[in-house]
Ligand binder design. Structure first.
Ligand SMILES: *[C@@H]1O[C@H](CO)[C@@H](O)[C@H](O)[C@H]1NC(C)=O
Ligand SMILES: *[C@@H]1O[C@H](CO)[C@@H](O)[C@H](O)[C@H]1NC(C)=O
Length: 248
């Protein structure tokens, strides 16, 4: 579950683009629950976004850990890709109430791969609406990928904002390693940003929690070709995914 990518998006509405004084702030987890290079890939995506995030890392071995104080004045918290869920949870469960409170008060949580799994309840931060959860896409019916190897997967993107709003692009190849699927309750007001091409399962979504939003992605939009040299399809970062989150 190297999860890395999503996030720029979650950023918030009233941000004024292009004015340094109003650069939105993002805190990106870095620590044992993230894979090598994954926090930096997410940070790069955030910095290169139209919102030009002011990004800081936080975690148990960083200058600041994830606390209500370090999240003060921050618009977006990002949980990047990492290893297996159970060991990751041991090191991150202490953040559960802090993150739930952060989002409920209007913050954005952005979860890439493992960061998406961690937003669920099996175990996790429980950031999804009641009746919704995350699971492994590789175990789902008609999944395109059925083992946990480093690979690529196809996703149909549904552009929700920005210049390509309303546009749909099918079959985009994204880096994937045992990524999450979001199983959303029918009664939630979820925004589906991407679906796995082979079976229509939700690959990227935004769901509300209190005054905030939770943006999750199972594959890795932040991954470039260096992530999987043996993959058969070309890989590139998908920066336009950033548009998804800006208007929320
Ligand atoms: C939505 O459905 C789930 C069960 O799938 C239920 O637990 C939850 O209370 C429902 N939420 C609303 C707002 O009706
Ligand atoms: C995973 O599945 C692919 C085909 O989808 C196969 O080529 C590959 O060898 C499998 N990897 C393992 C470790 O079983």
């Amino acid at each position: 579950m190297r999860a890395t990518f999503l996030i720029t998006t979650l950023l918030v509405g009233k941000v004024t683009f292009g004015q340094p004084a109003t650069r939105p702030k993002a805190l990106v987890y870095r620590g044992p629950a993230a894979c090598d290079g994954c926090p930096e890939a997410v940070a790069a995506l955030l910095k290169s976004s139209p919102s030009n995030f002011d990004v800081k890392f936080a975690g148990p071995q960083e200058e600041v850990d994830i606390t209500a104080t370090s999240l003060g004045g921050v618009q977006l918290y990002a949980q990047p890709g990492g290893g297996d869920l159970d060991p990751a949870w041991v090191g991150t469960k202490k953040y559960k109430n802090i993150l739930r409170d952060f989002v409920a008060r209007g913050g954005r949580y952005a979860g890439f791969c493992l960061g998406a799994f961690l937003a669920g309840s099996g175990p996790g931060f429980e950031l999804l609406p009641l009746g919704s959860d995350t699971d492994e896409e590789i175990t789902q019916p008609k999944a395109q990928v059925t083992n946990d190897s480093d690979t690529v997967i196809q996703v149909d993107w549904h552009f929700q904002t920005g210049s390509r709003k309303g546009h749909r692009q099918n079959g985009r190849w994204l880096y994937f390693q045992d990524g999450a699927v979001m199983k959303l309750a029918r009664n939630t007001s979820a925004i589906v940003l991407g679906t796995y091409s082979s079976n229509g399962d939700v690959a990227a979504s935004i769901t509300p929690l209190g005054k905030g939003w939770v943006g999750l992605v199972g594959p890795h939009p932040e991954a470039d070709e260096s992530w999987c040299k043996s993959c058969l399809a070309p890989l590139s970062v998908h920066p336009e995914i950033q548009e998804y989150f800006f208007t929320f």
